[in-house]
Design a protein around this ligand. Sequence first.
Ligand SMILES: [Cu+2]
Length: 537
Amino acid sequence: MSLISAAVSTLSTPPFNPLRTRVRALLVTTIAFSIVTSVTAASASAQHGHPGQTDSVRHKAAQDSSTKSSPMHGMSGMKGMSASAPDKGASAMPGMSMGSEPLGIPMQRTGSGTSWVPAATTMHASHMMLGGWDLMLHGLAFLQYDDQGTKRGDKQFGSVNWGMIMAGHGLAGGRLNLRGMMSAEAFTVGSRGYPLLLQSGESYHGQPLYDRQHPHDLFMEIAAMYDHVIGDNLAVSLYAAPVGEPAIGPVAFPHRPSAQNDPLAPIGHHWQDATHISFGVLTGGIYTRTVRLEGSIFNGREPDEIRTNFDYKGRSLDSYAGRLTVNPSESWSLSGSYAYLKSPEQLHPEESLHRISASVLYARPFGVSGNWASAFIYGANKHAGQTSLSNSLLAESNLTLDQRNAVFGRAEFVQKGPEDLPISGATSPPPLTQGASSGPLALMDPSSSSRYNVGEMTLGYVRELASVYGGSLGLGVAGTINMVPSTLKDTYGTRTPLGATVFLRLRPGAMHMGMHMASPKAPSHMQEPLHDVDNMQ
Ligand SMILES: [Cu+2]
C-alpha cells in the first residue's frame, strides 16, 4: 500500500495538478476498494501457502506437472462428478470441491455472466473455504491518469475498478454459485465517466455521453447460478440475476483476458458487450463439455445515470437473447449471439435494437511463466426501422512475457453516427426532433451518409513492480491513435486524435489451479489450488 501511496503522491504533484481533496477522496475510495481482494488474498495465502517451498520450486513443479498432464487446462473430472475425465492424464479426485464446474469443465473457463473463455486462460483470483463454501475473489483496480487529446478530449486522474466475490456450494446434486460484483467507478471517475475519444453510450445530466466512457454501476452483478448434470456429457444451468449479464457476445471487456492490462474501454462497447450490466436477467442453458446453448430474457434498458441504485422502474424482462458457444480445445472459444433489446436507451425509449455478435477468443501459456490471450470480436447494431447494420470490429491481445513484463494492444473499427458523436458546435446531438415520421432513424440511415467510420489502435506495456498483499502491483502506460473520417476533421481538429494513459494496476495473483491437482499422486496438501502469492503475473 505504501507503494501505491508513494506512486500516487508522485502522480499527484504537478504537472497533473489535480485538486488535493479530490485526489485524497479518490485515493481512499480506490485503495479501500482494491484491497478488498488483496487482503483476502493475503489471508487465503496464509491458509494455502506452502512455506518452505520457494516460488521457483513451485513454478518448476507447476511446469513439470504441466508437461505431464496439460495442467492449466486438464482439470476435468475433479469434482467427484459423474462425468469421466475428458482430458488426457487428469484423474478424478473425489473430495476436490473446487476448481472445476459440472462435467469437469475447468473453472478457468468461467467468463463474465454465463460466458465461456478458453480454459487455457490464466485466472487472477484468490480462493478460500468458509463453512463448506468455496469462495473466490476476483478484482481489478487501476489508478490512472488519462489524457485524451484535441478540444474534444479531456484529462482526468481517476480509478477504473471492480471487485467480485463468488461462492460455490453443492445443492441438490448440482452446484450453486452465488456472485456479487461491485465497482466504485461512480465515485472514482465520477458520474460523467472518464475521457475516451470516440466513445459513446449512456448519459450524463440527461445528455448522451460522447468522447467519454460512462462509469460502471456500483452493483455490477448480483446473481445466482445453478448447474445440474443430466447425462454423461450433458448439463443444464439456470442463471438468475437482479443485476447481471445476459447471453450476449463474448465475455465483457472488464473481464476479458486479452483486455486485462488495459484500463480503458473499447469504443465498440455499445456494439458488443454493453449489456454486461442489465437490471434483471434470466438465462437458461444446456451444455456439453464443448458446446453451450443459452437463451436469456432480460431488461434491455441500459443503466441510468444514477449509478448507485437499481433500475427497475417501469421495466420488465422484455428483451431476449440467444448464444451458442463452442470451446473445441483448451485454447479456443468461439461464440455467436443474437439479441433483441427493447428500448435500451433511456433518452430514446421509442427505439429498440437488434444486436448480433461473433467472437473468437484464444489463450495459451507462453514461455516459462507467461501467457497469451487474444480476442477477435464482431458486433453490430440495427435499430428498429434501420435498413442496415452498423458494424464494429475489435482485435485485441495481451502477451504476458514473464513474471515482470506484459505488452498489450487493441485495434478497432466502429461505424458510429451523429447521435453517437455529435459534430462540435452543436450543444446536443443533432436534430432528434426533426420530423416525427423520420426522427433520429433518418440520421442513422446509411444512405444519409451520416455514418462515420472511426477506428483506434492502442499499444501498451505493464511492468510488475511489487507483490502487494498477495496481489500484484504493476505500472503501465498505453497510447492510442484514433482515426476519424474527413467529416469529423473539423470537430476533432485532426484526423488522428491521440490519447494516452499512465496507470498503476492492482490485482490478485495468478492461480495455478490444477497444476498439482492434475497429478494422481499429489499429496493431500496439494489438493488445494496453489496460490503463487509472490507470483508477479
Ligand atoms: Cu461496460
